[in-house]
Design a protein around this ligand. Structure first.
Ligand code: FAD
Ligand code: UDP
Length: 365
């Protein structure tokens, strides 16, 4: 065998694994089906602006070890995510906090906000929220639900809030303080120079073959290494033999504009259902860019079909059940390790993917 490990996928999972393998004096080959490294955190330089090609990525974590780990490969700036929500002509701060409530109701104190929310849901008697609608109503009241949650969520998921699981909305903080930080984590920032450079550093000294789909060259590639680390879609690995795992996809409409500053913020969510896109990202603001032009991406959420780019796993009962059956198959594999967001059919933030890669590597080596 030519290598100790064949790593399928040059995203964060694959790159961290490769870096650790190399550090421990083992050899590996990384194969990547796209024509670039970095997976979904890939950034393309457009006139000095790092454009997040597969969706905006903000690094945030409460795990000090992971923060120190990534800081070996990049310097992070002091960006703090504080999106704006636009509902028709009204602008609100996100996540839901005292700035949002005071703009919505013309009030000033937490008590006033809490009383309004309690009054708006008093007659609903929700003790245990059964779906996203009940969860959102019980947390933030009817006005916030109607203006800032319902339209956005139904556009993003293509389903009624009543038919979505409650946990999706629990990802967002809700606070009765004047704090627009979208995350509660202790550490946050954007790697200066972009994520692609960070992944390049992880892959320093590692052999990478781009535009190579492992599943299309399996026989040849399997002969090159003892062990395989696979970070692609688990159902595709098994040729969809048990069925197809569903995703939501996203279409990005990206354009460069001859203005210096288009929307004054990196992220503006469009929360009413009349606007067809969910949000507009203005990439330069992630790095406090001063370039003369700007690049924006409108995000359209779309139904996913086989062959489309998979973005958000649909972790409902049906799909989780199917994934579990694939996982049972995967457990029986002796020389293949499944990892990452596609291998695990989970929405993992970057810090979790890195932590998982380090853990698996530790166990393996
Ligand atoms: P990927 O980045 O998908 O890498 C897998 C790689 O494997 C891909 O490059 C793929 O082309 C390759 N591959 C697949 N199959 C094969 C094959 N058969 N042969 C060869 N190569 C193959 N996380 C955050 O922490 N903060 C954020 O703000 C954030 N924003 C996000 C926004 C969106 C829209 C999405 C979808 C995710 C976001 N995430 C965010 C999550 C983040 O993208 C993931 O945690 C991370 O990219 C996962 O890395 P990965 O290596 O598991 O997967
Ligand atoms: N959400 C919302 N309004 C917003 C932003 C988010 O209702 O303006 C809800 C929506 O249901 C979304 C969930 O909160 O799916 C999680 O949002 P997050 O920003 O974490 O989504 P992501 O950035 O992963 O697309």
């Amino acid at each position: 065998m030519k290598y100790d490990y064949l790593i399928v996928g040059a995203g964060l999972f694959g790159a961290v694994f490769a870096c650790e393998v190399r550090k421990r004096g083992k050899s590996c080959l990384v194969v990547e089906k796209r024509n670039h490294i970095a997976g979904n955190v890939y950034c393309e330089d457009i006139h000095g602006i790092q454009v997040h090609k597969y969706g905006a990525h903000i690094f945030h974590t409460s795990d000090k070890e992971i923060w120190e780990y990534v800081n070996q490969f990049a310097e992070f700036n002091h960006y703090v995510n504080a999106p704006i929500a636009r509902y028709k002509d009204e602008l609100y701060n996100l996540p839901f906090n005292m700035n949002t409530f005071s703009r919505m109701w013309g009030i000033a104190t937490p008590k006033e906000a809490q009383d309004i929310i309690a009054g708006q849901i008093a007659d609903l008697n929700i003790s245990e929220p059964k779906n996203l609608e009940e969860q959102a109503l019980s947390l933030a009241g009817r006005d916030v639900y109607e203006k800032l949650i319902k339209g956005y969520t139904e556009k993003q998921w293509g389903r009624e809030c009543r038919d979505l699981p409650a946990f999706i909305i629990r990802r967002l903080p809700l606070r009765f303080t004047y704090d627009n930080n979208y995350f509660n984590d202790r550490f946050q920032g954007i790697p200066i120079g972009g994520y692609t450079r960070l992944v390049e550093r992880l892959l320093e000294g590692v052999e990478v073959r781009l535009s190579t789909d492992y599943l299309e060259h399996r026989q040849e590639l399997d002969g090159l290494a003892d062990r395989v680390v696979y970070t692609g879609m688990i159902d595709r690995f098994y040729n969809y033999s048990l069925g197809v795992l569903e995703y939501r996809s996203v279409r990005f409409e990206t354009e460069e504009l001859e203005v210096e500053n288009y929307q004054g913020n990196a992220v503006v969510n469009y929360t009413d259902k009349e606007v067809p896109y969910t949000r507009i990202i203005e990439h330069k603001h992630f790095e406090f860019g001063k370039q003369p032009t700007t690049v924006i991406s409108r995000e359209y959420s779309s139904e996913w079909k086989k062959g489309d780019e998979p973005y958000y796993p649909i972790n409902d009962e049906k799909n989780n059940g199917l994934y579990e059956r694939y996982r049972q198959l995967a457990k029986k594999e002796e020389r293949i390790i499944f990892g990452g967001r596609l291998g695990g059919y989970r929405y993992y933030d970057m810090d979790k993917v890195i932590a998982e890669a380090l853990k698996v590597c530790e166990k393996e080596l």
